[in-house]
Design a protein around this ligand. Structure first.
Ligand code: HEM
Length: 129
């Protein structure tokens, strides 16, 4: 497995751990205010990172490490900005945290666009079968 895949998994497990603790706490307290944070930590922070990591592991032979690392750092920045901003925004819908959410969204979408380059490079690369 290339290091960038391991980095995606390393980030993903931290998100999943925090997401699971949040889920457990939500269930215990029956306070679901932060449910979107829990959902995004688990789906964006864990599932999406794991899928990126799996893709780069499967395409190890044709990997462009620089592109994959740009994907990683943009994805990490997106989660690091979006999740805390969303958690601070939700309880009182305090709009001063909206720019943080938007910046996180922008980094997250950019990371996907960088990933898409790797995906389409893989689609068109010459191969035997
Ligand atoms: C220890 C593990 C987990 C616990 C204790 C937990 C707990 C919860 C709870 C209490 C809710 C609120 C449900 C309600 O509306 O009554 C919830 C919602 C949700 N969880 Fe988790 N969860 C866990 C793991 C995960 C994982 C691994 C994912 C995704 C990969 C996930 C995705 C979601 C989503 C998308 C929602 C929102 C569902 C909706 O909008 O109706 N959860 N979770």
């Amino acid at each position: 497995m290339p290091r960038v895949s391991a980095a995606f998994f390393a980030l993903g497990v931290v998100c999943l751990f925090i997401g699971m603790l949040m889920g457990a706490e939500m269930g215990k307290s029956e306070d679901f205010t932060l449910m979107p944070v829990h959902a995004h930590l688990n789906l964006l922070g864990w599932v999406t990172m794991a899928l990126y990591g799996i893709f780069y592991a499967l395409t190890h032979a044709s990997l462009k490490p620089k592109l994959a690392w740009i994907n990683f750092w943009l994805a990490a920045l997106g989660v690091a900005l979006m999740i805390p901003s969303l958690a601070l925004y939700l309880p009182a819908r305090d709009t001063k945290f909206v720019p943080g959410i938007l910046a996180g969204e922008a980094a997250t979408i950019l990371s996907l666009l960088v990933f898409a380059i790797s995906v389409y490079r893989e689609l068109v690369r010459p191969r035997l079968a």
